[in-house]
Structures are given as structure tokens and as C-alpha cells.
Ligand binder design. Structure first.
Ligand SMILES: Nc1ncnc2c1ncn2[C@@H]1O[C@H](COP(=O)(O)OP(=O)(O)OP(=O)(O)O)[C@@H](O)[C@H]1O
Ligand SMILES: [Mg+2]
Length: 452
């Protein structure tokens, strides 16, 4: 690597671990150290960092949580999770949250340095491609929201307006319309921009864990509470708390949330004294909360408390003029991500995209473009590669593409299975459990891929 040294941040609560990683990396990189999630977040805020080596098990704020917060501040930073033990569940969670990879302790020094080296090279390449990205910073983009339809311009206007205040915003819209993106834009344009944006997906957390997730808990407050952990309200203090899929919040939690919003203080589970919190709330739902209050699945008082400023995101089919713009935007994004140089779309493609009704909205469009970028080997994306529902009655996908796709899936599947068997020390039953499949299925797959 040329030029100034790349920056690596090592986050581990054990000093010996920090010291040895520091020793290992300091000749080639500028190494920064943090002993907790909070310290890590402060470092990330202060300066651009290339790579974070992040312990999964950290006191107060769990490593995966720290990962999400880091990605919220700078989604370009690469993160490798470091851990003594990892379950498949944790690994999947980490990768989903944006981790590049994970390594297990005690680690193989050569493998670690090679991994770090690989990431740094990738970043160097990405920097060279940055001119591409600048192309996108056009008039048709506000924060990271792309669009030029009157409907989306109205959204930009409202965001700009409400960002200045502390008022609670309730974002509504079908799945994939950009609710989270808009919530982040509100935070980024607000006076709270230098504090954290913390997202909680109310639908993804089991009911019995929700209270601890939001308000935290003291050590010993329930079986499994081995350490004190602070909740999302406290983590977001000074910043913005995004309550996603708020409509799924169980009624008892609705009461507790209402109380927290009214009193501006929370109580940790098993903790006596209330803790004051200063958070701005942005909530989102793809349902009709007003209707839910009528059938008593959602508290009316909480609804009014949240719906101070309603902000509706129209479905993509009602703003078809944004479709070509978004398609180009995602083409650049995935060209960049996969190191491809696809120049654009054949002329017949964009009208087909604009005519389709996108039940999954912008997310569906993004996923489609990502897939097309992977599958396209030529300079332009052509209509034959579109899925039938988008393509209408144009001729079918050539068999060759189909085969290539299947090959890729096979390769991935067999590598994944091999890895699991290796991790389980050859014990098939255990490997199957790790993969979440039946032992017989594993044996069949093993035979299919001729794994020894
Ligand atoms: N106007 C837009 N410009 C660029 N990207 C967008 C736009 N709208 C949505 N996206 C992208 O589409 C994807 C889905 O957006 P987001 O997660 O904000 O939707 P959502 O409304 O929260 O969906 P869900 O209800 O399913 O959670 C994201 O990757 C987001 O970056
Ligand atoms: Mg969402």
C-alpha cells in the first residue's frame, strides 16, 4: 500500500488482546485502540478509519450492536468480527449487519494478516473508482435519497423542514419505499447529526427481550443477564431513536414506550432509579396504525404521541419517473461493489422497468439491478435478462445464463457445507445443527457435492 498508512481500529476489552494486535499490525498500519464500544464509536466519529477489528463480546454494548452503530456512522468502513466462539446464528447476524468477515480466537497470524491485506487492497481500488460515484451526486439526490418526481421532492421538503425540530415523525409507506433511508436523512439534517442514529426493528425482537432491548437491564435482573447492558434509548441519548415496524409492538410494551416518551426517562430492567434520556423519536410502519387503534391493537394515545408529523412515502408505481434514475443509481452502486464496468441499459430496458408495478418498491428494483449486474458479462444490460414479470412477453432467458447462475449457487452451497463439517470436527449431526438442516439433508448434499 502506498501513501499514508491505512488506519485500523482494534476494539477489545482485554488489554492483552489489544496489545498483541497492536504489535502485529503497527509496522504496516496506523493502529488505534479502543477498550469498549463507546470508545470505538468516538474514534470512528473523529477520523476516517479503514478497518475495524471488533470483539463480539463487549461489556455494556454488545459487539454486533457496536457494528451496527459503526456502519450507521460510516458504512464504508470494513469490519472484521473477532471472537472466541461463534455460533452460525451470530455469524449470520454479523454478516447481515455489514461485517466483512469474522475470525475466531486464537487466530492464525498469517491468515489474519493476509485477510487485512486483502481488505486494504480492495479499499485502494474502491478509492480509484470514486470518480464514478461523484457522477451520482447530481441534482436528483438528497442525502442518499434519489428521485425527481413531485412526490419525492415533497418528501425532501418535509424532511428538511422537520429535521430542524425535535418533533416526533411517523413515516408510513409500503415495504421497500425508503422509510429507513428517510429516517436517517431526518437525523443527518438535524442538530443531532453528531450524535447517534439508533434503529430498532420492533418486529425482529422476540417479545420477552424487547423491554431489555429498549431500556437495558442490570446484572442479574433475569436468567442470562450476566452483565449490565444499556438499552437503545440510552445508546441513542442526544441522538435519534428509529422505531421501525412500530405497529408490531405488543400492547404491554406500547404502555411502557408511552411512559418513556411522556416522562423522558426510562428504567432499566431490575434497576431501581429512572434514567433521564434525551432522544428524538422517528417511527415507521408499513401498516395503517390509525385503523389498528380502531380494533384496539394499537393504543390511541401512543398513536397521537407518535403521529405529530406524518410523512407518507408513496409506492414506486406512483412515481414511475424515478425508476430510470434509480436504476442508473443502483447500476453505479453495484458496478462499484462488484468491480464491474457495465455501461448502461439497452434502450428497451428502461421503459420496461418504468412500466412494471414494483410490489416490493425500491428494494425490489435494487435487488433486481444487483442481480443483473452479477449476471451481465457484456457492456449493456439487455431485456432478455429481465425476469418474466418485468419483461412482459419478450423472449425467454437464454439457457446459458441459467446454467451460470446454477453453477454459482452450487459452488457456494458446497463450500458452505464443507466449512460447517470442518468446524464441527467432522461430526455430521453437529454440522447439520449448525446449518439448521436435518442430518439426512446434510448427508444427501454431501453425496451430491462429493464432499469427503
Ligand atoms: N429514493 C431512494 N433512493 C435510493 N435508494 C433508495 C430509495 N428508496 C429506497 N432505497 C433503497 O431501497 C432499500 C429499501 O429501503 P428502506 O430499507 O429504507 O425501505 P423501508 O421502507 O424501510 O422498507 P421496509 O418496510 O421493508 O423495512 C434500501 O437499500 C434503500 O437504500
Ligand atoms: Mg425498513
Amino acid at each position: 500500500m502506498t501513501g499514508t498508512k491505512a488506519k485500523i481500529l482494534v476494539v477489545d476489552d482485554e488489554k492483552s488482546m489489544r496489545d498483541s494486535l497492536h504489535l502485529l499490525l503497527k509496522d504496516r498500519y496506523h493502529v488505534l485502540l479502543a477498550g469498549s464500544g463507546r470508545e470505538a464509536i468516538e474514534q470512528i466519529r473523529k477520523q476516517p478509519i479503514d478497518l475495524v477489528l471488533l470483539d463480539i463480546r463487549l461489556p455494556e454494548i454488545d459487539g454486533i450492536e457496536v457494528l451496527k452503530l459503526i456502519k450507521g456512522i460510516d458504512d464504508a468502513v470494513e469490519v472484521i468480527m473477532v471472537t472466541a466462539v461463534i455460533t452460525v446464528g451470530k455469524a449470520v447476524e454479523a454478516i447481515r449487519a455489514g461485517a466483512y468477515d469474522y475470525i475466531t480466537k486464537p487466530f492464525d497470524i498469517a491468515a489474519l494478516t493476509e485477510q487485512v491485506e486483502k481488505i486494504m487492497e480492495k479499499r485502494l481500488l474502491a478509492r480509484e473508482n470514486q470518480s464514478l460515484r461523484q457522477l451520482l451526486e447530481s441534482d436528483y439526490q438528497y442525502e442518499k435519497i434519489v428521485g425527481k418526481s413531485p412526490a419525492i421532492r415533497e418528501v425532501f421538503r418535509v424532511v428538511e423542514e422537520v429535521a430542524k425540530s425535535n418533533a416526533t415523525v411517523l413515516i408510513t409507506g409500503e415495504s421497500g419505499t425508503g422509510k429507513e433511508l428517510v429516517a436517517r436523512a431526518i437525523h443527518n439534517r438535524s442538530p443531532r447529526q453528531n450524535k447517534l442514529f439508533v434503529a430498532v426493528n420492533c418486529a425482529a425482537i422476540p417479545e420477552n427481550l424487547l423491554e431489555s432491548e429498549l431500556f437495558g437491564h442490570e446484572k442479574g435482573s433475569f436468567t442470562g443477564a450476566i452483565e449490565r447492558q444499556i438499552g437503545k434509548f440510552e445508546i441513542a441519548s442526544g441522538g435519534t431513536l428509529f422505531l421501525d415496524e412500530i405497529g408490531t409492538l405488543p400492547l404491554p410494551m406500547q404502555a411502557k414506550l408511552l411512559r418513556a416518551l411522556q416522562e423522558k426517562e426510562i428504567e432499566r430492567l431490575g434497576g431501581g432509579r429512572p434514567v433521564p434520556v434525551d432522544v428524538r423519536i422517528v417511527a415507521a410502519t408499513n401498516g395503517d396504525l390509525k385503523a389498528e387503534t380502531k380494533n384496539r391493537r394499537f393504543r390511541e394515545d401512543l398513536f397521537y404521541r407518535l403521529n405529530v408529523i406524518p410523512l407518507h412515502l408513496p409506492p414506486l408505481r406512483e412515481r414511475a419517473e424515478d425508476v430510470p434514475l434509480l436504476a442508473e443509481h443502483f447500476l453505479h452502486k453495484y458496478n462499484h461493489e462488484f468491480g464491474k464496468k457495465i455501461k448502461g441499459f439497452k434502450p428497451e430496458v428502461l421503459p420496461l422497468l418504468a412500466a412494471y408495478d414494483w410490489p416490493g418498491n425500491v428494494r425490489e428494483l435494487e435487488n433486481l439491478i444487483e442481480r443483473l449486474v452479477v449476471l451481465t458479462q457484456s457492456a449493456q444490460i439487455d431485456a432478455a435478462k429481465l425476469p418474466p414479470e418485468v419483461r412482459g412477453n419478450l423472449p425467454a432467458l437464454p439457457g446459458e445464463e441459467e446454467t451460470r447462475f446454477r453453477d454459482a449457487v452450487r459452488k457456494f452451497e458446497s463450500a458452505f457445507i464443507k466449512q460447517a463439517i470442518g468446524k464441527a470436527g467432522g461430526k455430521k449431526g453437529e454440522a447439520a445443527k449448525m446449518l439448521g438442516i436435518h442430518r439426512n439433508t446434510l448427508l444427501q448434499l454431501e453425496k451430491k457435492y462429493k464432499i469427503k
